[in-house]
Design a protein around this ligand. Structure first.
Ligand code: RNT
Ligand code: ZN
Length: 412
């Protein structure tokens, strides 16, 4: 008997169907962020990365052009099993001599990305880019007291809604459009309410743009603080949750955007109780919102368990969001996305029904024993079988090393 068959039998003793888990995982789409490939640089401006986020490290091989980024994404996708989507930022517009500012972006500026997605039969998710741009004035965009600045960014938001509609129509896959603004203050503000009211008004104006609500899902991402914006964040958790509920859009939680002892895994069920759909940015904060590569760690597993055991795979938009420039960027992509998928598979292989029963019977002794036992079942053999059925290599490091030697090191 091979290792998979034997592992399958062990799981079956716990009432767990490994074949079903493999089939279920193959149906899950993970939206892969394009910005891991070039340290959130984008192609539309020479401005340095701003907005309180930072990529650290200077590993060789960063993608410098759309063609290089596309080639790197292809390499990463060839090593990622299952279904993916491409998550783009507006700053990744491709102008080809036809430059437009962020308030004037049009489908033609993303035609190459659409072609790329169609050729690979994948969907596109999208993000307006409210940072790394000269119109970010005093760290503010949609909440700016300067009406010219605020209007510019509202127009950008509107263009992005139109673009999201275009992506959904062209690719045939729904488009998730995520709004995140960096707006905030480094030091204690004198007025916390007015910027939030201006942000609210700006969001209302953006959402007046017509779009197909069955194909475009607009999400709003909250944050706790940014670098240089430590004292006050306009789009805080309470603001974004309240706004999403009131406006009927989708709340997005990034697990780096809370105090370090606050866990998104505990927040998922609270949001599921009130929202038909929710969205996640899966990342790894180390001591702070550091956006390290996602690992197969406890919190990633716990997040996955909350999606799977609440039967919410069809209700949670899962996207990755991290940026590490200190290691091979393609390896970072593959490792992080595979870990999200691994965590989902691990969650699908838990004795959930039995554990719920034990909880309801207040049998916490047996619940602890069973959940500890489930941690050391032969999970690796099931994961290996998934990779082999999906025709992707288990040992990707040599493929990545070869690509580094042949392609990446030549980018000087
Ligand atoms: C920043 C947010 C946001 C960005 C991307 C690039 O703190 O997490 O999602 O990481 O939009
Ligand atoms: Zn995020």
């Amino acid at each position: 008997m091979n290792r998979f068959e034997s592992a399958k039998e062990i799981y079956a003793k716990y009432g767990i169907d490994a074949e079903k888990a493999l089939a279920d995982l193959a149906g899950v789409t993970v939206s892969v962020h394009c910005w891991q490939g070039d340290d959130v640089g984008g192609f539309d401006s020479e401005d340095a990365l701003s907005g309180g986020i930072q990529t650290t490290g200077n590993y060789p091989g960063k993608a410098r052009t759309p063609d290089e980024l596309m080639a790197d994404i292809d390499k990463a996708f060839s090593l990622i099993p299952g279904k993916v989507k491409l998550n783009l930022h507006a700053s990744y517009a491709i102008f080809d001599g036809n430059r437009a500012d962020r308030d004037a972006l049009k489908p033609e500026h993303f035609a190459k990305w659409v072609k790329f997605a169609k050729a690979r039969n994948i969907g596109i998710d999208f993000n307006p880019t409210f940072f790394s741009h000269p119109m970010v004035k005093d760290g503010l965009t949609l909440s700016s007291p300067d009406e010219e600045v605020r209007k510019f960014w509202v127009e950008h938001g509107k263009r992005c809604v139109e673009l999201s509609d275009y992506f959904a129509k062209e690719t045939g896959y729904p488009c998730v459009m995520n709004i995140w603004i960096p707006d905030g203050y480094k030091d204690i503000p004198a007025d916390r309410l007015s910027p939030r009211l201006r942000f609210k008004k700006s969001l209302d104006e953006i959402l007046e743009t017509p779009y197909d609500k069955s194909k475009v899902f607009i999400t709003l991402e909250s944050k706790v603080f940014g670098i240089g914006l430590e004292s006050y964040t306009v789009g805080s958790a309470e603001f974004c949750l309240s706004y999403s509920t009131k406006a009927g859009i989708v709340p997005l939680m990034d697990n780096g955007h809370y105090h370090p002892t606050e866990l998104v895994s505990d927040k998922i069920s609270a949001l599921l109780a009130f929202n038909d759909k929710i969205a996640l940015h899966v990342t790894r904060g180390v001591r702070w919102d550091s956006d390290h590569v996602v690992l197969f760690d406890d919190e990633t597993k716990e997040i996955a368990k909350e999606i799977v055991r609440n039967d919410a795979l069809g209700r949670v938009f899962i996207a990755t969001d991290y940026f590490d420039a200190s290691i091979n960027r393609i390896s970072a992509w593959v490792t992080g996305v595979r870990n999200v998928q691994k965590a989902l598979l691990f969650a699908m292989l838990q004795p959930d029904a039995k554990m719920k029963e034990l909880q309801d019977a207040s049998n916490f002794t047996e619940l602890m024993v069973l959940s500890e036992e489930a941690k050391t079942l032969p999970f690796g053999d099931i994961w290996a079988e998934y990779l082999s059925r999906q025709n992707v290599e288990t040992d990707y490091i040599n493929i990545i090393k070869e690509y580094e030697e042949k392609v990446l090191v030549n980018r000087k």
